[in-house]
Design a protein around this ligand. Structure first.
Ligand code: ASP
Length: 343
């Protein structure tokens, strides 16, 4: 047994990692954490102080809401002084949203918050859950001279540690379910865990952890496709209480030059709405003004989301709108990186 005084809190929210087949419905349903520790007796060999908080109820992550993000953040805040790091067990479906949200919520974070889960339940022989859990715990506890090696919100999956707000779920099938197309992994686990310390973000000013826990869900996605109708765009932009949209454009941020389309955007923006341009491509960045098909968006008042993921854009917009800051200030914060979510 490894002996040391490290401590990690495991926050179990649900997901496939802890699911079993319901004998009646035949579907996968989440169950409590005792099952996972029974399946991974190796956890005892760490010699770390490992404690668990289990959400009640545990959920399939398709049912995640901002209230769950607040519960995760508050659990970290309440236990922040007592533990060296945190592992959040979470379903893979919305893990990239939750990790993005937490990265914006936890201000002044100096300890690792590592999301992980599994594509196959931990009770299944070929499960990926054991390795994911064991390595996530090791990363959460990793320190040099008493300082955390990865003081960020990350996703550990398969053999890579990715910045949470740079990550997307790209495979519903492979163990390697997540990618971070615009940022190299923060660490790769082979025989050893190799950390890319030049990419990991370290706090420049020390301040106590604070949680920003207010969300304004008056946001929407508008994904362009050839043939999209004015009625559709008009209906989305006219949604009651809508304050901001993530406009998913083509390539480097391009959109049709139709007058009706630009007018719809202009009138939404002149009514106080915010439009953030994010590319439908998985890799690369919005570069408004590169083509004539994006120049009109600039004059309509659309903001560039550069290379932000849709998951990070949605959660960042909800949190910034939740602060109650004026639209100009929210727009200015949206257009620059707050915690490594854009290049
Ligand atoms: N539906 C599951 C969830 O997101 C999938 C998974 O965990 O991999 O909770």
């Amino acid at each position: 047994m490894m002996e040391n005084n490290r401590s990690v809190l495991i926050i179990y929210t649900g997901g496939t990692i802890g699911m079993v087949n319901d004998p009646i419905s035949g579907t996968l349903v989440p169950i409590d954490f005792r099952h996972i520790s029974d399946q991974v007796p190796e956890l005892r060999r760490f010699g770390f102080r490992l404690e668990t908080v289990t959400f009640d109820p545990v959920i399939d992550s398709s049912e995640v809401t901002p209230e769950i993000w607040v519960r995760i953040a508050r659990t970290i805040e309440e236990n922040y002084e007592e533990f060296d790091g945190f592992v959040v067990l979470h379903g893979t479906d919305t893990m990239a949203y939750s990790a993005s949200a937490l990265s914006f919520m936890l201000q002044g974070l100096e300890k690792p918050v590592i999301f992980t889960g599994a594509q196959l339940p931990i009770g299944v022989l070929r499960t990926d859950g054991k390795e994911n859990l064991i390595t996530a715990i090791e990363i959460a506890a990793e320190q040099v001279d008493g300082v955390s090696v990865v003081p960020e919100v990350c996703i550990y999956f398969e053999n890579r540690l990715l910045r949470g707000n740079r990550t997307i779920k790209y495979s519903a099938e492979h163990f390697n379910a997540f990618v971070s197309p615009n940022l190299s992994p923060l660490a790769e686990a082979g025989l050893q865990i190799r950390y890319n310390r030049n990419i990991i973000r370290y706090p420049t000013v020390r301040r106590p952890l604070s949680v920003s826990g207010k969300f304004d869900t008056g946001v929407s996605l508008l994904r362009l496709f050839p043939g999209i109708r004015q009625e559709t765009v008009h209906a989305i932009l006219g949604t009651s209480g809508l304050r901001g949209i993530i406009l998913e454009t083509y390539g480097t941020g391009n959109a049709p030059r139709n007058e009706w389309f630009l007018n719809e955007l202009k009138s939404f923006i002149s009514g106080g709405g915010i439009v953030l341009n994010v590319t439908q491509c998985q890799a690369g960045s919005v570069e408004m003004g590169l083509y004539e098909t994006s120049a009109g968006l600039i004059s309509a008042g659309v903001i560039s989301g550069r290379d932000i993921t849709t998951e990070a854009a949605v959660t960042k917009m909800m949190i910034l709108l939740g602060t109650g800051l004026p639209a100009e200030k929210v727009s200015s914060l949206l257009s620059r990186p707050l915690c490594g979510e854009m290049s």
